[in-house]
Design a protein around this ligand. Sequence first.
Ligand code: ADP
Ligand code: TRP
Length: 332
Amino acid sequence: MKSNVCLTGIKPTGIPHIGNYFGAIKPAIELAARYEARYFIADYHALNTLKDPVLLKELTYKLAATWLACGLDPDTMLFYRQSDIPETFELTTILMAFTSKGLMNRAHAYKACVQENTQAGNDPDAGVNMGLYTYPVLMAADILLFNTNLVPVGKDQKQHVEMAADIAQSLNFAYGKDLLTVPEPVISETTQVVAGLDGRKMSKSYDNVIPLFIPSKQLRKIVMKIVTNSQGVDEPKNPEDAHLFSLYQLFAAPEEQAAARERYLAGGMGWGQAKQELFEAMDAYLAPMREKYERFMQDPSRIERILKEGAEKARPIASATVERVRNALGIN
Ligand code: ADP
Ligand code: TRP
């Protein structure tokens, strides 16, 4: 029996991309070998920004199919959809009473919106709904409900996990130290930030993503759009300067990486050839998972069944936590 619980969620707000895979999905699946894994689709977090019911459903299935194709085994890991765990919302309401408004004012996601508004000369809270403002509380409920020790997340989510830990400690301070497990963020060191087409962090908000599972032909087209400098074919190129090379490193074996590094430094290799090599490495790496993904996407009822069965296994754990907290609070 693995002793520590590791949990993470991803919002179904876009088509999963290479950054999501190396930054979140792959490390989470690796952690499952050592920890009790609990992974979920954060659809109520997505609702803050996504109000198209057809799209929300479609993106939920695509994200679920991605997790499953990438190696999530629903028999040995808990895999569910946030909205199938109603205990989440009861715990959220409880946690609200222990979360200071000032803490929410400091949350990055909210602060970024306010800053954008201010710079544009708009009302600071324009377009900010309460879901976004209280986002870290819902996230804390996701985490605390399942007695989580470790939360693998990207750097941008570290603060939210620390807030979950703060909130847990407030309750433990008031009602006894063992009431809630205090979680810790785990940031993957090797692939902290995967670069996008333009060299900035790959993110759907920057419109610079390489989707994880698209047909080879489309993948090649997108790879050809990666921005490079204007050095000619003959010029030696610095691999450390090229995000094209940093992407290649994610897909190629160490000896292939070393050989490519030599070709960059020697000159004589144009960016077109470097892109072709990246495409080939990517395509070979992704093809087996892409096949699985497509099979899942052709059978949404299978995805639905897996998620429902996951929720059935998850709910007893969640309700035991809510029960314990309610008893401590005197609401029983
Ligand atoms: P996006 O930035 O495209 O909106 P999300 O915020 O939905 O992506 O991210 C989902 C998960 O994938 C998070 O754990 C996040 O840290 C991780 N992630 C997203 N983009 C990258 C990236 N470029 N490099 C590494 N990890 C990433
Ligand atoms: N907020 C996370 C993100 O934007 C998604 C998320 C929701 C999450 N609940 C969580 C991540 C609980 C870890 C644990 O990426």
